[in-house]
Design a binder for this molecule. Structure first.
Ligand code: SF4
Length: 517
C-alpha cells in the first residue's frame, strides 16, 4: 500500500472561538474514534497528524502543508465547518472522509462534499478506504461496516493522541474511555436506540485503568458509553479489581433505572463524581427512569426523591429533559419542571429541544412523513439553538414563551443560589454557577428571547418556522457567516441548505448505504 500523509481532525468546536468555556473544557470533549483511526492508520505505516479542533488552532500551522487524505469527525452542529474544511483540503489535492454522528445522520448530504462518508466504522473498513484513497465526485461513496467494531485499541495504544489533546486543557483534564456501545433501551428519539447493546472487553477496560494510574496522578475519566452501567456489577467489579477506592474520578451518563441505593454506595466508594441521568419527559419513557406508568406530578415526586438520594452519594448530577415532545401539552410540563427544581435544587437541569437528526432514529421517519421537520442549517442543530421539529401541541410563539419562562426560572438568581447551597464540593458548586451565567444559562435566555421577538416582528423569519418557505432567514445566515469567520469563504455553494426529508426519500429510492457484513 502507498504510504500516505494523513490528517485527522476531531471537530469539538463548530467554529473558531475564544470563549473561556471553550478554552477550559473543549479539549475534554475529544472523541475516541479519531484516535482509533489514527492508530489503525499508523499501524499500516502511514504518517498521521491528529488535531482535536477546539476553535483556537490555526489548522494551517498544526497540519502539514500537503496531505493525501483528511478524515474529519463531527457532530451535526459542526457540519458546515466540516464542509468548508473539506472544500479547502480538496482544493489542495486531498481526498476527504467524514465520519462521526453527522455522517451517520445525514449521509445523503455529506456525500455532496466528501469523497467517503462512513457509517459504522471498523478496522477493515478503514483499511479499505486507505487502500482505495481515490476521489469520488460529485457524489462521495457511502460505506458502513454494518455494526460497531467489537474491540478498539486501548488507551496505551492511543496515549500519544490523548496526551497531546489533554495538553490543551489547562485545569481539568478528562480522559475518554468506553466500555460498551449501543443501548438496550428504545427511546424513539435517540441515535443509540436502534443500535444493539454491545459490551466491550472487561480485560481491556482493566488494562486501560491500570495504564492511566501509571501515567496520571489522579485520573479523571469520562465514560463515553451511551448508557454506562447496563452491566453494572461486571463493570464495577472490574474497576474495584484494579483501582484502589476513590483513586480515579469518574463521570458517566446513565439511566435512573440503573441507580439503586446499593449501587450508588458502590459508585461513591469507587470515585464516581458526576452522573448525567436522563428523565426526558414527565409523561413518557417511564421504563428508563423506573417510574413505570407514573405521570405528571407523581413522576416529579418520585424522580425528585430518587435524584436527591443520588446527590447524597454523587456530588454532581445533571438531569436531561427534552422539551416539545408530542406527549407534552399546554403549560403543565413546564410547571412540572419548575416544581422538580424546587424539590431537587441540587441538580443542574439540561434541556434539549426536540430535534430530528436526519436518519439517526426511527421516529424521524414518521416526523418526515408528517412533514414536520424544518431545514434549519446544521450549524444550529445542537439541541438548543434550533428545534427542527414543528411541535405537535404548541404554536411556535406559545412554545418559546414556555421555553423562556422555564429557562429563566432555572437560571434565576434565587435558583442559582439554591443550587449552590444544595451542592457539595467546590468544583461542582462553581461549575453550576459558571454554566448558569454563561452561554448555557443566561446566553440561552437572551437567544430564545431574540427568536421569540422575531417570531412576532420578522415576517420572513416566521414564514420559515411556519413552513411557508424554505428560504433560510437572514438572521441564521448572518450568524453562520459571522461565526465561521475565515472558513465562510470555503463553504461550498448551497451547503447551508439540506433536504430535511432525505431519509424518507432514501427509503423510497434505494437501499443505503453499501454495507459490508
Ligand atoms: S436510555 Fe439513553 S442511550 Fe439508551 S436509547 Fe434511551 S436515550 Fe438513548
Amino acid at each position: 500500500m502507498r504510504k500516505l500523509s494523513i490528517a485527522i481532525i476531531d471537530l469539538v468546536a463548530k467554529a473558531p472561538t475564544r470563549s473561556y468555556w471553550g478554552r477550559v473544557m473543549y479539549a475534554n470533549f475529544a472523541s475516541i474514534m479519531p484516535q482509533v483511526i489514527a492508530r489503525w492508520s499508523e499501524e499500516q505505516g502511514h504518517k498521521v497528524t491528529l488535531v482535536c479542533y477546539t476553535g483556537r488552532e490555526d489548522l494551517s500551522k498544526v497540519l502539514p502543508d500537503r496531505v493525501d487524505m483528511v478524515f474529519i469527525s463531527t457532530f451535526t452542529e459542526a457540519a458546515q465547518l466540516s464542509y468548508a474544511l473539506s472544500n479547502m483540503f480538496r482544493s489542495k489535492g486531498a481526498v476527504t472522509v467524514i465520519g462521526g454522528p453527522h455522517a451517520r445522520c445525514y449521509p445523503q448530504d455529506a456525500q455532496k462534499y466528501f469523497d467517503y462518508v462512513l457509517g459504522f466504522t471498523d478496522k477493515e473498513l478503514i483499511l479499505d478506504v486507505l487502500r482505495d484513497c481515490a476521489q469520488h465526485r460529485p457524489e462521495g461513496m457511502c460505506l458502513s461496516a454494518g455494526h460497531h467494531p467489537t474491540e478498539l485499541p486501548g488507551v496505551s495504544e492511543r496515549w500519544k493522541f490523548i496526551e497531546q489533546t489533554l495538553r490543551k486543557a489547562p485545569f481539568i483534564k478528562i480522559v475518554p474511555l468506553i466500555g460498551s456501545l449501543g443501548c438496550p433501551y428504545t427511546c424513539g428519539f435517540c441515535i443509540d436506540s436502534s443500535v444493539p447493546y454491545q459490551p466491550l472487553g472487561l480485560e481491556r477496560m482493566k488494562e486501560d485503568l491500570r495504564f492511566l494510574l501509571s501515567k496520571v496522578g489522579r485520573p479523571r475519566i469520562a465514560w463515553h458509553d451511551p448508557n454506562f452501567g447496563v452491566r453494572f456489577d461486571e463493570c464495577i467489579d472490574a474497576i474495584e479489581e484494579v483501582v484502589p477506592p476513590d483513586r480515579i474520578d469518574f463521570i458517566a451518563e446513565t439511566t435512573l433505572s440503573l441507580l439503586s441505593e446499593p449501587r450508588l454506595k458502590r459508585l461513591k466508594k469507587n470515585g464516581f463524581k458526576a452522573l448525567l441521568p436522563g428523565i426526558e419527559s414527565w409523561y413518557g419513557l417511564g421504563n428508563k427512569s423506573k417510574t413505570g406508568k407514573k405521570m405528571g406530578m407523581d413522576k416529579v415526586n418520585q424522580i425528585s426523591q430518587h435524584v436527591n438520594m443520588i446527590l447524597r452519594y454523587v456530588p454532581y448530577v445533571q438531569t436531561n429533559l427534552i422539551l416539545g415532545l408530542d406527549v407534552d401539552y399546554g403549560q403543565e410540563p413546564f410547571t412540572l419542571t419548575k416544581r422538580f427544581l424546587d424539590l431537587s435544587p441540587g441538580v443542574f437541569p439540561a434541556y434539549s429541544l426536540l430535534s430530528a437528526f436526519g436518519q439517526a432514529a426511527p421516529l424521524n421517519l414518521e416526523l418526515q412523513r408528517a412533514n414536520r421537520v424544518l431545514p434549519f442549517p446544521f450549524h444550529f442543530l445542537n439541541n438548543n439553538q434550533a428545534m427542527n421539529v414543528r411541535p405537535q401541541n404548541y404554536s411556535w410563539p406559545e412554545f418559546y414563551d414556555h421555553l423562556i419562562d422555564v429557562t429563566k426560572y432555572s437560571f434565576s438568581k434565587k435558583m442559582i443560589f439554591r443550587r449552590f447551597n444544595a451542592t457539595r464540593g467546590a468544583i461542582p458548586r462553581w461549575l453550576n454557577v459558571v454554566r448558569a451565567i454563561s452561554s448555557e444559562g443566561f446566553g440561552r435566555i437572551r437567544y430564545f428571547t431574540e427568536v421569540r421577538r422575531r417570531l412576532d416582528t420578522d415576517r420572513k423569519f416566521r414564514r420559515f418556522f411556519e413552513q411557508e418557505t424554505t428560504e433560510i432567514p437572514q438572521f441564521y445566515v448572518q450568524r453562520v457567516r459571522d461565526e465561521l469567520g475565515p472558513f465562510w469563504e470555503w463553504l461550498p455553494k448551497g451547503a447551508l441548505h439540506h433536504d430535511p426529508n432525505a431519509y424518507l426519500m432514501s427509503q423510497q429510492e434505494r437501499p443505503f448505504p453499501i454495507t459490508r457484513t
